[in-house]
Design a protein around this ligand. Structure first.
Ligand code: FAD
Length: 478
């Protein structure tokens, strides 16, 4: 038994939804596209699961957060897929893939063949068992990756209102879940091995702000240690967690957020892997030209940093998916993917955004005892990363633009003094005009454009410094 499609998307998460929308915009014909997903529902905005979905009052439920509402686009309900002739094969896991024969085999025994495959299998939550701790399957131990996990957390939270939760892990899942548990009137202790929360991104100063805020909401932190085992009652429910430092923390429920692992196993030995993901080029195309990879599972070249990266964030999933579809449907008009890494989080009434890369020297700015503050990262004399808490739409946009421009930074203390105004000033610098005598001959024009871009970069670096200096002086006079 089998079916054949021109395009198959394997995985039905964020990237799949955005890819489907892009396919329809680029004129896919009814019956040509199929999405296969292990989840029983159409693609949805996964970040909602650790935010609104866990709230005690008026929590959003499907269909309200199907993709692509997170980017302010259409909401793709199951009806939408039907109307566009897109086959949704839900609740179906693919158990093997053969990229040479261009086929996928589902657990139900169906063979689905494709001409072009987009791998959008995302990632799965790391389990405690992978670190030698047993008991993850206890009914009050929760993970959070998909809708079923989130629904389970809601049920467990409701069964232990006023009780104690231990959150294992200080990354964004741990931080967002801890905030939601507190809002649900559960007493939270967070446990993680690092000296601070969000250790992969935050500086100690930034982390300290959020930790103090969490403490003001009643959250306790146990740092520098890990969970080694659970204590169970006679019914197999966890009643406490044992830590490596000898402490025992009583628990009515446990939420584990210790990282993710990309779902690459179907393609190991068939496609080139890098950075734990499927290696793709600037067109999101893997080592097999009929196979593309997008979202959390893809390791793609980040032009801005001249490196292959695998990102685990929703904006990258949305944009890489769209770019892959553009490269498939309109190859001659599609350039290389040129992506500025962007992550965000929202907890309690706090909200932050990060752009670029967190390497090099750090310059903090703003009021760390107030509501708006941030940091810049400067590497090899250029601004490469920016973080902002409590910014406005205009400020976040300015931060993104400034980070993408990678302006030259000569004086870190000046940058610290100007802080956010530096990004606002840089983002307003007009790009230099292209030369007026550009030839209409394709080759010459292309060469001139390259030269123009290179010159523009140099002029921009210089004008950025001059403009920021002027802007700073003007502000100081006011
Ligand atoms: C709770 C939560 C909160 C988040 N919050 C944020 C946030 O605030 N900001 C941010 O930037 N990012 C956030 N993220 C990350 C973001 O959601 C991911 O980067 C994004 O979902 C990646 O999209 P994807 O399509 O690559 O993978 P996914 O959305 O994970 O989708 C993968 C899909 O593939 C399916 N699949 C996998 N293997 C198979 C198979 N063999 N057969 C069939 N189907 C298969 C899965 O079931 C799933 O449906 C959050 C993630 C989670 C879990």
């Amino acid at each position: 038994m089998g079916r054949a499609f021109v395009y198959v998307i394997l995985g039905g998460g964020v990237a799949a939804g955005y890819a489907a929308l892009e396919f329809t915009r680029r004129g896919v014909n009814p019956g040509e596209l199929c999405i296969i997903s292990e989840e029983p529902v159409a693609p949805y905005e996964r970040p909602a699961l650790s935010k609104g979905y866990l709230l005690p009052e008026d929590p959003p439920r499907l269909p309200s957060f199907h993709t692509c509402v997170g980017a302010g686009e259409e909401k793709l309900t199951p009806k939408w897929y039907k109307e566009h002739g897109i086959e949704l094969v839900l609740g179906t896991r693919v158990k093997s893939a053969d990229v040479r024969r261009m086929t996928l085999l589902t657990v139900a025994g169906e063979t689905i063949s494709y001409k072009t495959l987009i791998i959008a299998t995302g990632a799965r939550a790391l389990k405690l068992e992978e670190f030698g701790v047993h008991g993850s399957d206890a009914e009050n131990v929760c993970y959070l990756r998909d809708l079923a996990d989130a629904t389970r957390i809601v049920d467990v939270m409701q069964s232990c209102s006023g009780g104690k939760a231990v959150v294992i892990g200080g990354g964004y899942i741990g931080m967002e879940c801890a905030a939601s548990l507190v809002i649900n009137r559960i007493n939270v202790t967070m446990v993680f091995p690092e000296e601070q929360c969000m250790a992969r991104l935050f500086t100690p100063k930034i982390a300290s702000y959020y930790e103090e805020y969490y403490k003001s909401k009643g959250v306790e932190f146990v740092k520098g240690t890990v969970l080694t085992s659970f204590k169970f009652d006679s019914e197999g429910r966890v009643t406490a967690v044992n830590l490596r430092d000898g402490k025992q923390l009583p628990a009515d429920m446990v939420v584990v957020g210790i990282g993710i692992r990309p779902n690459t196993s179907l393609f190991e030995g068939q496609l080139t892997l890098e950075k734990g993901g499927i290696k793709v080029n600037g067109r999101l195309q893997s080592s097999n030209s009929s196979v593309y990879a997008v979202g959390d599972v893809a390791a793609f070249p980040v032009k801005l940093f001249g490196e292959i990266r695998r990102l685990e964030h929703v904006d990258a999933a949305r944009k890489s998916a769209r770019h892959a579809v553009a490269a498939i449907m309109n190859p001659n008009e599609t350039d290389e993917f040129d992506y500025l890494p962007f992550f965000y989080s929202r907890v309690f009434t706090l909200s932050w955004q990060f752009y670029g890369d967190n390497v090099g020297e750090v310059v903090h700015f703003g009021d760390y005892s107030g509501k708006t503050f941030g940091a810049f990262w400067v590497f090899k004399g250029h601004l490469v990363g920016s973080f902002l808490e409590g910014g406005s739409k205009e400020e976040y946009e300015a931060l993104a633009k400034a980070t993408r421009l990678k302006p030259a930074i000569e004086d870190l203390s000046e940058l610290e003094r100007h802080g956010l105004s530096f990004a606002l000033a840089v983002s307003k610098v007009p790009p230099p005009l292209p030369p007026s005598n550009a030839s209409v001959s394709g080759i010459v024009l292309e060469r001139q454009l390259h030269a123009w871009h290179a010159t523009a970069g140099v002029i921009l670096a210089a004008s950025v410094a001059a403009f920021a200096y002027w802007y700073g002086r003007r502000r100081r006079r006011w």
